[in-house]
Design a protein around this ligand. Structure first.
Ligand code: ATP
Ligand code: MG
Length: 495
């Protein structure tokens, strides 16, 4: 800046102006001149100046008045007063108007340069200090921003976060952690973990990570069961934070609520044990019949033996039914079913299914009444799934019917829906059991249904199929009178 500093000399004496110019230019400064305060102000607005030398007594506008204006215009410009009658009073007056220094006339070139250089140095320092201050403010702002960003991220995480220093004090935590473990965050400054963390198992885990023999691992994961405020399972991961020399700085614990995963796991194993139980009974029966037959312990009566094999066959058949149900069920469950939907007239599907199942009703001497027009409105459906749906409904109407009972199947349409009603005059379902019949594996238990075989999957499959075709199933039933299931499917095309 010293080389390129720009200086304005304001004096009504031409000799002084020119003299100053010569001296300052020889030092490498850029110099402008003005004959009075008014002219000086005009020059100042044309370009930036670092320093001005100003005479006090001038015509048109004096030095004090001009300095006042300059100070308003740019307070960083250094002003030095040159005066012919330097007294303490004039100096004080000049300082009041913002002058940095003053110089009595006459002065030598060295005196002039000494004062000007000092003034410029002052300006340089002042600008530098200002710049440093601005930089510091900027840095502080950045740090504050960074901190608040991390804060926001940590606070909005679904996983709980707890940071402990190696003195076992809690130094950082987030709302998720507070909620998960009922963290006592309103404690004083010293937050020893056993004071703030109510969960003993968690404290033990953190201590384990802090213990001297923990150096072989960097993280420990463990499941922790909570009983308060409610039963929950947390997966806790405790990581040791070390500096670059391997010294421990503290522990970061992340807490993840895995309660619903655990529950799912439990449902799954319940399902498996239920299925294996269902498979075991018929298999054991089949094995029993076959062993009795092979060992001859059942005697030699061919009639008896045949009966036994028939029973074994029936049990094997129901076993196959169960396995087919399970397969279909898991296919529907995994939603990976590939449906081959086509424009379908259900009339053929229904009458075909009735024909197939009719002989199952022979023992009970059931009467079948099928009142279905050959030209039903078309629905968009997968044929084999529709066959399954009606097989399940009609076989229920047969299985849960009474001797000389009746099965009535009818179809009709209203409000863009095709309704197919499968009704029986059988056992009926008690009101309290109705809400459960569409649940997987649900079967009504009672003396009449005791000997009817089944898995309890049939109706849940019916419901899933209807819903995957944008339809629904409704049921009405009266205990001891009979039951009617109605399937409603959207009509794609009238015939
Ligand atoms: P699956 O059909 O898998 O062989 P299931 O017939 O026992 O076995 P669902 O068809 O799901 O299973 O029926 C569930 C229960 O609802 C049956 O166990 C039975 O108690 C009752 N139920 C179903 N249909 C009728 C009906 N038409 N009349 C009386 N009760 C019925
Ligand atoms: Mg059934």
């Amino acid at each position: 800046m010293a080389e390129t500093a720009s200086i304005l000399v304001v004096d009504d004496e031409k000799g002084i102006r020119e003299g100053c110019r010569r001296i300052l230019i020889s030092e490498g400064y850029t110099v402008d001149l003005a004959g009075n305060g008014k002219e000086g102000l005009e020059v100042i607005t044309t370009k930036p100046f670092d320093l001005i030398l100003v005479d006090l007594m001038m015509p048109v506008m004096g030095g004090l008045e001009m300095m006042e204006e300059v100070r308003q215009y740019d307070p960083e410009i250094i002003m030095i007063v040159i005066t012919g009658f330097a007294t303490i009073e004039t100096a004080v007056e000049a300082m009041k108007h913002g002058a940095y220094d003053y110089m009595p006339k006459p002065f030598s070139p060295d005196q002039l340069l000494a004062v000007v250089n000092r003034g410029l140095e002052k300006r340089r320092l002042r600008l530098q200090a200002q710049r440093l201050m601005e930089e510091r403010d900027q840095k502080l702002l950045e740090v504050a921003n960074e901190e608040s960003r991390i804060h926001t991220i940590v606070n909005s995480m679904a996983d709980g976060i707890l940071v402990t220093n190696k003195e076992r004090q809690l130094v950082l935590w987030n709302p998720a952690a507070v909620k998960m473990i009922n963290l006592n965050e309103k404690l004083g400054a010293v937050k020893n973990i056993e004071k703030v963390v109510p969960e003993k198992a968690l404290v033990r885990l953190i201590d384990k990570a802090l213990s001297p023999d923990s150096s072989q691992y960097t993280a420990i994961s463990e499941e922790i069961e909570l009983t308060r405020p409610e039963r929950r399972t947390l997966m806790v991961n405790v990581s040791v934070i070390r500096d670059k020399d391997g010294r421990e700085l503290g522990i970061v614990s992340t807490l993840r609520d895995i309660t619903s995963l655990k529950e799912l796991d439990q449902v799954k194993s319940q399902f498996v044990s239920m299925v294996t139980h269902e498979l075991r009974a018929p298999l054991a029966a089949v094995e029993g019949y076959l062993s009795a037959y092979l060992s001859g312990s059942a005697g030699n009566d061919p009639q008896m033996n045949r009966q036994m094999l028939e029973r074994a066959k029936a049990r094997a058949h129901s076993l196959l039914d169960l396995v087919n149900d399970l397969l279909q069920f898991s296919r529907l469950e995994s939603k990976k079913v590939e449906r081959k939907k086509e424009l379908l007239n259900l009339s053929g599907v229904i009458t075909g299914t009735v024909e197939l199942l009719k002989n199952q009703g022979e023992a009970k001497e059931l009467e079948f009444e099928v009142d279905i027009s050959e030209t039903l409105p078309l629905v968009e459906a997968d044929r084999s799934e529709m066959e399954q749906l009606f097989t399940n409904l009609i076989s229920n109407a047969i299985k849960y019917n009474v001797k000389k009972g009746k099965v009535t199947i009818a179809a009709g349409s209203s409000n863009h829906y095709l309704s197919i009603r499968v009704a029986d005059t059988g056992l009926g379902i008690a009101k309290e059991n109705l809400p459960n019949i569409f649940d997987e594996f649900y079967r009504v238990s009672g003396p009449e249904t005791r000997y009817v075989t089944g898995t309890g999957l049939g109706l849940s499959i019916v419901k899933r199929i209807a819903e995957s075709h944008f339809g629904r199933v409704e049921v009405e039933s009266k205990l001891g009178k009979g039951t009617a299931f109605t399937v409603k499917l959207p009509i794609k095309k009238e015939q």
